[in-house]
Design a protein around this ligand. Structure first.
Ligand code: GAR
Length: 209
C-alpha cells in the first residue's frame, strides 16, 4: 500500500480527482493517509474530510519565521511516514528540508508544458495569463518529481491541451484541468504505486508493462 500525503492550498480539484480515482479503482494499492494545507480556508480540506482522510493545517502565521514553518511542515509530513507526497495545488515553495528528506518521493502537478511557463511567479492563473499573452497554440500540464530547483525535477507525464481563440485565463485553466491535470495526476500515482517509474540520470523513465 502506497501511503500518500497530499499537500494543498486551495480548491482541491486535483485532490478530488485522486480521491475519485481511488474510489473508482483507477488508482489501486494506494491510500491517502493525510491531506495537509498551509491555508485553513482551503476547500480541499473539506474534500479530504468528506472522503474520510485526515485533514491537517500547518499555517505560516502560527510560526515565528519561515524556518520554523518549514520545520513544522516537515514534522507534520514525517508523522505519516509517507511513501509518496503529492503537491496538488500547493502554493508554497517546497522547503529544502522536505525535498532532501524525500528524494524522488515528491510529485507536483504544474499547469503548463514544462519547461515552458514555469519557475518563479508561474503558478495558478498566472500561468494561463502568460500562455494567452504569448499566443501559444498548445499548452497542457506536467507531473514531475520535485527536486531542489523550482519546477525542474524529472518529468513523469505530460499532456497537451489546445488554446482556443477567445479563451480567458479562467476558461483555459478549466480546460487544462479537465483535459490534462485530472487525468495525468491519477495516472502518475497509479504508475508509481506499481513501481513503474524510475529516475535514471536525472530523467524519469516510465515503463508501460
Ligand atoms: C492547478 O491548476 C495546479 O496545476 C496549479 O494550481 C491549481 C490548483 O487547483 N498548481 C500550480 O500552479 C503549482 N505551481 P486545485 O486546488 O483545484 O487542484
Amino acid at each position: 500500500m502506497l501511503k500518500t500525503v497530499v499537500l494543498v492550498s486551495g480548491g482541491g480539484t486535483n485532490l478530488q480527482a485522486i480521491l475519485d480515482a481511488i474510489a473508482q479503482g483507477k488508482i489501486t494499492d494506494t491510500e491517502i493517509t493525510a491531506v495537509i494545507s498551509n491555508n485553513p480556508n482551503a476547500y480541499a480540506l473539506e474534500r479530504a474530510r468528506k472522503a474520510g482522510a485526515e485533514a491537517k493545517v500547518v499555517r505560516p502565521a502560527d510560526f515565528a519565521d519561515r524556518e520554523a514553518f518549514h520545520e513544522a511542515l516537515l514534522a507534520a509530513v514525517n508523522e505519516y511516514a509517507p511513501d509518496l507526497i503529492v503537491l496538488a495545488g500547493f502554493m508554497v515553495q517546497v522547503p529544502l528540508c522536505l525535498v532532501r528528506a524525500y528524494p524522488n518521493k515528491i510529485i507536483n502537478i504544474h499547469p503548463a508544458l514544462i519547461p515552458s511557463f514555469c519557475g518563479k511567479g508561474f503558478y495558478g492563473l498566472h500561468v494561463h495569463e502568460a500562455v494567452l499573452k504569448r499566443g501559444v497554440k498548445l499548452t497542457g500540464a506536467t507531473v514531475h518529481f520535485v527536486n531542489e530547483d523550482l519546477d525542474e525535477g524529472p518529468i513523469i507525464l505530460q499532456k497537451a491541451v489546445a488554446v482556443k481563440e477567445g479563451d480567458t485565463p479562467e476558461i483555459l485553466q478549466r480546460r487544462v484541468m479537465e483535459e490534462a491535470e485530472w487525468k495525468i495526476m491519477p495516472e502518475a500515482i497509479q504508475l508509481i504505486a506499481h513501481g513503474k517509474v524510475r529516475v535514471r540520470d536525472g530523467r524519469a523513465v516510465v515503463s508501460e508493462s
